[in-house]
Ligand binder design. Sequence first.
Ligand SMILES: *[C@@H]1O[C@H](CO)[C@@H](O)[C@H](O)[C@H]1NC(C)=O
Ligand SMILES: *[C@@H]1O[C@H](CO)[C@@H](O)[C@H](O)[C@H]1NC(C)=O
Ligand SMILES: *[C@@H]1O[C@H](CO)[C@@H](O)[C@H](O)[C@H]1NC(C)=O
Ligand SMILES: *[C@@H]1O[C@H](CO)[C@@H](O)[C@H](O)[C@H]1NC(C)=O
Ligand SMILES: *[C@@H]1O[C@H](CO)[C@@H](O)[C@H](O)[C@H]1NC(C)=O
Ligand SMILES: *[C@@H]1O[C@H](CO)[C@@H](O)[C@H](O)[C@H]1NC(C)=O
Ligand SMILES: *[C@@H]1O[C@H](CO)[C@@H](O)[C@H](O)[C@H]1NC(C)=O
Ligand SMILES: *[C@@H]1O[C@H](CO)[C@@H](O)[C@H](O)[C@H]1NC(C)=O
Ligand SMILES: *[C@@H]1O[C@H](CO)[C@@H](O)[C@H](O)[C@H]1NC(C)=O
Ligand SMILES: [Zn+2]
Ligand SMILES: [Zn+2]
Length: 632
Amino acid sequence: MKPWLSFFIFTFCTMAVLEARSKVVGDSKQTQTPERGGDTASKSVKISSVGTPASNNGHGATDGVVKFGDDKSSGMGINKMASYLQRHRRLDRWGNVTCGVCVFVVTEIRDMIRRATAVQTIVQEVIKFCVNFKIEDEHVCKLIVPQFQEEVLYVVDNLLLSPDEACGIILGDACATPYFPGEMWNVTLPDTPKPIPRPPTPPKPGAPTLRFLQLTDLHLDFQYAVGSPVPCGEPLCCRVDDNITRTSTLTSHAQPGKAGKYGDYQNCDVPIDMLIALFSHLSSIQDQFDYIIMTGDIPAHDVWSQSRTQQVYHLTALDKLFDQYLPNKPVYACVGNHETSPINAFPPPGIPGQDMGWLYGALAESWGKWLPSSAMDTVFRCGVYSMSPYPGLRIVSINNNYCNNGNWWLLLNSTDPCDVLQWLIEELQSAEVKGEKVHILMHIPPGDPNCLKYWSFNFYNIVNRYENTVVNQFYGHSHQDWYTMFYDNLTFQRPVAFGFVSPSVTTYSLNNPIYRIYTLDGDYANSSWAVLDYSNFYLNLTEANLSDKPQWQFEYSPKKAYNMTGLYAKDWDDLLKRMEADDDLFQQFYLHNKNMYPRTPCHGNCKTELLCDIIEGRSYDPDLCSKHINVT
Ligand SMILES: *[C@@H]1O[C@H](CO)[C@@H](O)[C@H](O)[C@H]1NC(C)=O
Ligand SMILES: *[C@@H]1O[C@H](CO)[C@@H](O)[C@H](O)[C@H]1NC(C)=O
Ligand SMILES: *[C@@H]1O[C@H](CO)[C@@H](O)[C@H](O)[C@H]1NC(C)=O
Ligand SMILES: *[C@@H]1O[C@H](CO)[C@@H](O)[C@H](O)[C@H]1NC(C)=O
Ligand SMILES: *[C@@H]1O[C@H](CO)[C@@H](O)[C@H](O)[C@H]1NC(C)=O
Ligand SMILES: *[C@@H]1O[C@H](CO)[C@@H](O)[C@H](O)[C@H]1NC(C)=O
Ligand SMILES: *[C@@H]1O[C@H](CO)[C@@H](O)[C@H](O)[C@H]1NC(C)=O
Ligand SMILES: *[C@@H]1O[C@H](CO)[C@@H](O)[C@H](O)[C@H]1NC(C)=O
Ligand SMILES: *[C@@H]1O[C@H](CO)[C@@H](O)[C@H](O)[C@H]1NC(C)=O
Ligand SMILES: [Zn+2]
Ligand SMILES: [Zn+2]
């Protein structure tokens, strides 16, 4: 998610939090959520019974509730965490503005609440704030605030944060509060002792192989308008309502142009013409893969103007493309943070009035075609499933929107939401017993700072426990091409696993569209089910637009490009160390990381950041990176 959005939402949340902390607002202050076209979730929101529950001392000291205070458990110094946050650019664009702005907003809002201002008025103030501080243009501000109103109001009704803590979340260390505190919760691992680690062995020469296609982050934009001006000053451009370039929020390096037929590099998503071109191309090469994985994010980035109906419409639109162009290829998918509305909102079960049935039912409809009926219960419940496409291989599709720190519902209780991790353990344990190998699909790379620390730490431990069983993992969300490492959780030296972070189909932002085909060891008795290599194919967008002939070209295969002997965890760890030492190798990796979009070479902090991303298989562990490379 872009900094502007997280900042803005954080700010709205802060204000709402302060509202909740202040005195009870009477029932007369209830208000109506503005219409969200076609959104069945629209309903009136009432602020009532806000204030401090007697059981809570104001620091959310109940077990399982996210708390924001000192991170005593890890004993990490504030400086280390600050440099971790800095590396992850939580402070970049807003770092300076916001401390002052935050204080300003906090004061304003607190005053409003003391005057028992109606929620609708507060919302108007937030919109004004959004416009005046040029967070977005008026068009976006007016629509995005109401998108989050219901969620934030409910959450703050049940949550307590001090202003310091809230500003600490917004700004990392800039307001001198550490980011993510509280006590680590732990999933329960079975008593069965961990088997002796046995890394996969390469198959015998000539052993059979399977191939599968990965598509991720399609971000299809039905409102894409060829010829509309770019850039447009909104978070998403190339759209029908972008007739006027809004200069107020343009960045200085923007290059004016017109949206191309197959897409545009500058903050635009994917026109249906491009997706049709892609699918008809995939149809013509369908003998080159046996099945498909899809790792989430189908709708466009117009997050200020989405509705549930539209999100489901995108899901079915993609199903139609699969049905039409690749009818015989099984599709195994996982759910992305853009599938829901508003973005990131995945309330865990048990919150009164909140029900993910609208989405999970639609996912069940979409995914059910390729899943056994035994896999469907968990789709309806949590948007996850486990199934075996070939004897010996199991695909486990995880919904890790339950670790997304943009999912405000988790502020109420972030302890293993929907019991997804506990369920994962059961699936892995049963796979271990049966001797199956597992491929995990999930949208957000678990070391991403947007993935909550304790979920991420628990996931890391689970992968550790089942290192013989989890042979491969596939993520999306980042839109760029890299991978992330898992090391043993004691010394953090022995590589135990890794995950592929795959580049996107969308051009958002400054990307060429990419699809990937993996070669897999299988399907034969005792195959290792490990990925042996992959090939990326990209569309040179400039060329496609100019020639009106989208040509997908081979980009690279890691074994050859990076001179790897295999694609096992130890090989990726080895690549990491070689990249640190060999700058040419690293720059080649960087070119692929940016999906062949020309960038200036990556040195200094840029290089450290990317290598640390790879090393950090779990979030908010600022010691991890320096255990492997020289971080200055
Ligand atoms: C939080 O959720 C977990 C898992 O669903 C549950 O066990 C726990 O009791 C909940 N904690 C609170 C404070 O509600
Ligand atoms: C933040 O402020 C400091 C000092 O006021 C200044 O040196 C720095 O360039 C500013 N950073 C940004 C991103 O504006
Ligand atoms: C979870 O495990 C960690 C590390 O083993 C430990 O420090 C922490 O106290 C545990 N938390 C709970 C709630 O048991
Ligand atoms: C933009 O142009 C289209 C087509 O010319 C028109 O239908 C639409 O109303 C215009 N939108 C705005 C915001 O002016
Ligand atoms: C095609 O897209 C490229 C990349 O965004 C853009 O620079 C170019 O102007 C477009 N060309 C045409 C003919 O639309
Ligand atoms: C490391 O992972 C194992 C599972 O393999 C788990 O039992 C153990 O508690 C983890 N250790 C820590 C310190 O988290
Ligand atoms: C597969 O492995 C099992 C157990 O190691 C062994 O008994 C069996 O003979 C193997 N099958 C083949 C075809 O290699
Ligand atoms: C894409 O095409 C443009 C125009 O033909 C060319 O200048 C550029 O080098 C190409 N990019 C790549 C990565 O091939
Ligand atoms: C590739 O790696 C092998 C050892 O794994 C080494 O002998 C060879 O020199 C390397 N080739 C290049 C081009 O780096
Ligand atoms: Zn995405
Ligand atoms: Zn995403």
